[in-house]
Structure formats: structure tokens, C-alpha cells
Write a protein that binds this ligand. Structure first.
Ligand SMILES: [Ca+2]
Ligand SMILES: [Ca+2]
Ligand SMILES: [Zn+2]
Ligand SMILES: [Zn+2]
Length: 295
């Protein structure tokens, strides 16, 4: 365990009541920070770049259709590259969600979603599912694929988990951690609370464009010059490249930034990395459960 981790744990212990209070509020309100896509009217259409291979296409379509039932948004898919290196990196696309599958390694995470925000507005997002686990008999089931696909894509338009305990009764929502995704009740699809929460998040309208693309994206392409970011490890994570060994996985988690919350097994489920005063990257992680063996 590294010193940073020890420090984090000490701080958490010292501030346990504060942290628990914050976590409860975040989960009770399920929207966690009012981050949303800027748009002039509802329903608005979010483009999902499909960098998923055929094993996932049906699940991406299902998740897209499930969430498009929302009164405030519609998802529409467009074809993205499924080249191995493209899926591995899963670079965000400005103004869009990108969904990728790849055997990302025995790193412990089953699904991972990242959103880039500018102020309160989401500017781009990625949803990744880890085939290293989905290729195993435990997770290679329609129920697990539905739950994780449904959940990761939803983080990209601002929804948080409803619950982060794997062993309590299912809430009937894909935003609920579980060890039994098909229940009953099933956690393979959104529930009414999710749709209600989306209506709350998207109740106000923004003045102009659907996506508030920051000035730097026009100049540099996808995101700020990585050289401006504080640590070399950050570049590797945001680009999504790492060597498949344990040190690299620790670097990856380090690059996700500060811990915001832990799941019921005491593993960090939400991280934030501040890029500058106004720009942040949030990383939502659903870990395999029970935890994978340490590497
Ligand atoms: Ca809709
Ligand atoms: Ca649960
Ligand atoms: Zn807004
Ligand atoms: Zn999640």
C-alpha cells in the first residue's frame, strides 16, 4: 500500500461521519452534482459512438432504447471504429458519448464511465466494459451485460448509482449494484426513479447549443493539451493506455484523481480529477464482486 493510500484512509477515518453523510445525500438524490448536457429544448438527442464488437451490439441497442424512453432525452447510435487500439484507448469524442468494449485486463473493474465537465455541463463521455471479466462464466450472461451497459451509458448523461451495496435486495434499476442482476426484481433496466431523476436533472433549459464545447476543444481537438496536466500518469489514463501490469493499474487508479465515495465493500466508486478551475473528469467504477484476487 502506498503512502497516499494510507493518508487517504487516515483522512477518511477522521472524517468518517462527514463522508458518510455526504455519501447518503448523494445517493438519496441520485443526481450527485447537477452535471448535465447543455441543450436548448427537451427531448434532446445524444449521439453514442458505437465502438463495440458484435458481442455487445444487442446490449448497447437495448440500453439505448431503454434510456430513450425518457421524456427528456433520446440516444442515437453512430458507427465508431472497432479496431483493437481504438477500443482500448476509447478516446472521448467532443459532444458525444463513446461506448467501448475491450479486454482491459484483470484490473478489478467490470465497467467504467468517465465524463468531462465544463462548469455544470458535460462535454463528452465514455462508457467502457471489461471483456476480461465478461468473457468469464460468471459475467458472460445477458443479465450482467445488460446491467453494466445500462449503467455505464447512464453515467454519461449525469445519472448516479441508486445504491452501491452488492448484497441487499435489488431496487429494480440498473443503477443499483447487485450480485444478482436478474433478481427478481431485475436490475437489468432503468426504473421509474431513474426516469424521474432524469426529468429533474434536465428540468431547466440552457440557452443555446446542445453541447457547450469549451474553447480549447476547437483549438486542440479533443481536450486540453495533456502537457498542461500535472502528472505524466494522467496522460496515460485519459488516453486510456497502460501496460498490462500491476504498477500500471495503480497508476491508472491514481490518475482518476481524488476519491469521492466508496461502495459498500469500501472500494472507491467515484473519482474526480480537476483539470483546471472549471474543467473536471469524473470516473465511475463498478468493481467485480466479490473482489478479484490482488495482483
Ligand atoms: Ca425519449
Ligand atoms: Ca444493491
Ligand atoms: Zn444547463
Ligand atoms: Zn456505475
Amino acid at each position: 500500500m502506498n503512502p497516499k493510500k494510507n493518508l487517504t484512509i487516515s483522512l477518511l477515518t477522521a472524517g468518517a461521519f462527514v463522508m458518510l453523510g455526504a455519501a447518503n445525500i448523494a445517493l438519496a438524490n441520485h443526481s450527485w452534482g447537477n452535471y448535465h448536457w447543455s441543450r436548448a429544448a427537451n427531448p434532446f438527442t445524444l449521439r453514442v459512438v458505437d465502438s463495440m464488437t458484435s458481442a455487445w451490439d444487442a446490449y448497447l441497442t437495448e440500453a439505448k432504447n431503454d434510456w430513450s424512453a425518457s421524456s427528456v432525452l433520446d440516444l442515437s447510435a453512430e458507427t465508431g471504429s472497432i479496431a483493437n487500439n481504438q477500443r482500448r484507448q476509447c478516446k472521448p469524442v467532443a459532444g458525444k458519448i463513446r461506448a467501448c468494449n475491450y479486454a482491459y485486463g484483470s484490473n478489478g473493474w467490470l465497467g467504467l464511465a468517465q465524463i468531462w465537465v465544463s462548469g455544470n455541463h458535460i462535454t463528452q463521455g465514455t462508457a467502457k466494459v471489461n471483456d476480461t471479466y465478461f468473457n468469464t462464466s460468471t459475467y458472460n450472461t445477458p443479465a450482467w451485460r445488460r446491467l453494466v451497459m445500462c449503467q455505464e451509458i447512464a453515467h454519461d448523461f449525469g445519472l448516479d448509482h441508486q445504491d452501491e451495496d452488492f448484497s441487499n435486495p435489488n431496487l429494480g434499476s440498473c443503477m443499483d449494484y447487485t450480485s444478482d442482476p436478474d433478481g427478481p426484481p431485475s436490475n437489468e433496466h432503468p426504473n421509474q426513479h431513474d426516469y424521474d431523476q432524469l426529468e429533474t436533472i434536465y428540468a431547466h433549459l440552457d440557452g443555446s447549443a446542445q453541447t457547450n464545447v469549451p474553447w480549447w476543444q476547437g483549438l486542440f481537438g479533443q481536450r486540453p493539451a495533456l502537457a498542461a496536466l500535472p502528472e505524466a500518469t494522467l496522460d496515460r489514463e485519459i488516453i486510456g493506455e497502460w501496460r498490462e501490469d500491476a504498477q500500471e493499474w495503480r497508476d491508472e487508479a491514481h490518475a482518476w484523481g481524488k476519491e469521492m465515495r466508496r461502495d459498500a465493500r469500501n472500494r472507491t466508486s467515484l473519482y474526480v480529477r480537476e483539470l483546471n478551475k472549471n474543467e473536471k473528469v469524473f470516473t465511475f467504477v463498478i468493481w467485480v464482486d466479490p473482489p478479484a484476487e490482488a495482483h
